[in-house]
Ligand binder design. Structure first.
Ligand SMILES: C[C@](O)(CO)[C@H](O)COP(=O)(O)OP(=O)(O)OC[C@H]1O[C@@H](n2ccc(N)nc2=O)[C@H](O)[C@@H]1O
Ligand SMILES: Nc1ncnc2c1ncn2[C@@H]1O[C@H](COP(=O)(O)OP(=O)(O)OP(=O)(O)O)[C@@H](O)[C@H]1O
Length: 275
């Protein structure tokens, strides 16, 4: 079975309080971004329970630390899974705030569920996904949501469906920002706005009402993030922001003209397309 784990964008992100478990409570709107890896699961003849091969962008770490293998191991603890051959072709930059690794984990759970007819419901899959990482649960339903708690509890956001087709440019400057490091740099505080309301207003108003707490905290350390955002606005973006904990910065553009093709420095990875 072949699946295409896509990335996500955060439209606004407020880090509101420190939790007793050491994680932070947050509020954000997550939308799927059609920039995808490819993941394949095939039944294997025998031998090792699971084997992972990789291609595309190098993923650091031993195979057992890869989130696809962790997904298999999590299900294998509860089900008598047959041996499986896994392959991941990595395209979405790592440490970008695009949730690429989390998507691989969630799509691996969904693919294993189908391949081996485990009959897990979406709710059960979300519950397994939460155990692999805060962002993972989103990719089970993979639809626009208002996320809260650890970023793993959701309310549907129908309005966000109106974003479908919006031209977007996502710029990754080749800077790996660790999620834990990014959180450590932010002092939690009450949300400035209700994102559900702010994002229901016309997109040109978002520049004043929709912000990402990581952006304010990280830009002094990585000024390049502010430079990219400025370039996106100068190129005509209606709204531009850091995604998640960075370092990818995205711009959303008016329907016409589509997102422009800017001359970015070597070492940058740029995706353009429609939400
Ligand atoms: C920044 C976001 O991408 C926004 O969507 C996510 O919150 C990140 O989620 P993730 O990559 O799945 O993160 P996890 O693997 O769960 O956690 C990595 C580290 O980030 C911090 N972390 C993560 C999520 C959260 N709600 N509070 C936290 O404090 C913790 O230090 C944790 O050890
Ligand atoms: N399938 C995978 N894809 C990417 N990273 C993975 C994967 N499996 C394990 N990892 C580990 O997770 C680390 C990246 O996690 P990190 O949270 O920084 O990035 P991410 O999951 O790609 O997305 P985000 O930047 O949104 O959090 C890598 O250093 C790598 O060791």
């Amino acid at each position: 079975m072949l699946v295409f784990p896509n990335a996500k964008l955060n439209l606004g992100l407020y880090i509101t309080s420190l939790r007793p478990d050491g994680f932070r409570n947050l509020e954000s709107v997550f939308v799927p971004l059609p920039w995808s890896d490819a993941f394949e699961v095939l039944p294997a003849a025998g031998g090792a329970k699971t084997d992972l091969t990789l291609s595309g962008i190098p993923v650091p770490g031993a195979p057992e630390t890869n989130l696809c293998v962790k997904a298999y191991a999590l299900l294998a603890a509860d089900f008598d899974l047959p041996p499986a051959q896994l392959h991941l072709h990595k395209c979405v930059p790592i440490g970008a705030g695009l949730g690429g690794g989390s998507a691989d984990a969630a799509f691996a759970l969904k693919a294993l569920n189908s391949q081996f007819a485990l009959k897990l419901t979406p709710e059960q899959l979300e519950s397994y996904a939460r155990r692999l990482g805060s962002d993972c649960a989103f990719f089970i339903r993979n639809q626009p949501v208002f996320a809260h708690s650890r970023g793993d509890m959701f309310e549907e956001m129908d309005f966000a469906l109106a974003l479908t087709g919006t031209p977007a440019l996502v710029v990754y400057p080749g800077l790996h920002i660790s999620t834990a490091e990014a959180y450590a740099r932010v002092q939690p505080r009450a949300p400035r706005h209700d994102l559900r309301q702010s994002l229901s207003a016309p997109m040109p108003t978002w520049r004043d009402t929709v912000s990402n707490d990581f952006e304010e905290a990280l830009t002094p350390f990585y000024p390049i993030l502010g430079d990219i955002k400025q370039q996106l606005y100068a190129a005509g973006a209606t709204y531009a922001s850091l995604s998640g904990s960075g370092s990818a910065v995205y711009g959303l553009f008016p329907d016409l003209p589509a997102a422009p093709d800017l001359p970015w420095p070597a070492g940058y990875t740029v995706w353009s397309g429609q939400l």
